[in-house]
Design a protein around this ligand. Structure first.
Ligand code: TYD
Length: 139
């Protein structure tokens, strides 16, 4: 079920007169997996939609380090929209959850923390193919 495929994680945040510091650690200390890869996304055109795919094996945590965006999550049947606008909160996304990131505020930097190295083979980028694969789980 879609609600079992994502959750919000809260990170430790330390603040003083100099500013703030948010700590993101792997291996169950916040991020519930061993971190293998980190990348970040920013858009040139605020109307851009990023993602539009599911990963077969990779677990992800998305954090808006700066700015805000929305994330639409789908399982082929249901959909949920999560707003990311707090740098101390991460969105955990399980394998096989379809995601679309959009509605980027100017200067948004979306940090993506991944459990696996990049491999194009584990991406499903076609929604019809994705729905077919998900239907097999439900039967
Ligand atoms: P893509 O997955 O389409 O980005 P988004 O989901 O943000 O729209 O990736 C864009 C390009 O970057 C694509 O050619 C694959 C490449 N890429 C890597 O080489 N390594 C990576 O870790 C990632 C995430 C993407």
């Amino acid at each position: 079920m879609l609600k079992d495929m994502f959750k919000i994680i809260e990170f430790d945040k330390f603040g003083d007169e100099k500013g703030s510091l948010v700590v993101i650690e792997g291996e169950k200390m916040g991020v519930p997996f061993d971190i293998k890869r980190v990348f970040f996304i920013y858009v040139d055109d605020l109307g851009d939609v990023r993602g539009n795919h599911a990963n077969r094996h990779t677990e992800l945590v998305l954090v808006c380090a700066s700015g805000s965006c929305k994330v639409k999550l789908l399982d082929g049947r249901d959909e949920e929209i999560v707003s990311l606008n707090d740098s101390k909160k991460g969105l955990y996304i399980a394998p096989m959850c379809w995601k679309e990131m959009y509605d980027f505020e100017p200067n948004t930097v979306l940090l993506v923390i991944a459990s696996e190295h990049y491999s194009e083979n584990e991406y499903i980028r076609d929604m019809e193919e994705y729905k077919k694969e998900m239907e097999m789980f439900w039967d």
